[in-house]
Write a protein that binds this ligand. Structure first.
Ligand SMILES: [Fe+2]
Length: 154
């Protein structure tokens, strides 16, 4: 099976599980589901355009908010996702250790929107703000607005 489809269905199972464990959540499960799939789609397009491994970039995008899915909390959710996403990807069994590290670092750093990281990290940050924008979410931080503006003029 395509690794992105496999990871996305694993993420959907994770949402079901963690919504039961932590019913009080900063973002509704509906948004988590939508955001997984649409960030992955945006990430795939950006990666092709930038000459980056599109499947891996899309997988990183699909997994980027895993910390919030697990904890239910927005605060520090990027850092909170680092170890759990490594466990998840190991369990998935279709990623090498090197790929797991690339994705986990992108997950950990994705909230640092004013910093420049690896190509996949940058794709995750760009897909994140573009997806929030296209679904009508406010971008509360200046660094998010700036990133969106740069990306739209790319
Ligand atoms: Fe996000």
């Amino acid at each position: 099976m395509n690794r992105l489809i496999g990871l996305q269905s694993l993420m959907l199972e994770e949402i079901e599980k963690h919504v039961k464990l932590v019913p009080q959540r900063d973002e509704p499960a509906e948004w988590e589901r939508v955001h997984i799939a649409s960030c992955a789609a945006i990430g795939h397009i950006l990666a092709e355009k930038r000459g980056v491994d599109a499947e891996l970039a899309a997988c990183a995008c699909a997994a980027h908010d895993y910390g919030r899915i697990v904890t239910g909390k927005q605060e520090d959710h990027a850092q909170a996702g680092y170890e759990p996403v490594k466990e998840l990807l190991k369990r998935d069994g279709r990623f090498t250790d090197e790929e797991i590290e690339i994705i986990a670092i992108a997950v950990k750093n994705h909230s640092k929107k004013s910093e420049i990281g690896s190509p996949i990290e940058e794709i995750v940050k760009d897909a994140d703000v573009l997806d929030m924008y296209q679904h009508g979410y406010e971008l509360p931080r200046e660094e998010q607005k700036k990133r969106l503006k740069t990306m739209l003029s790319e």
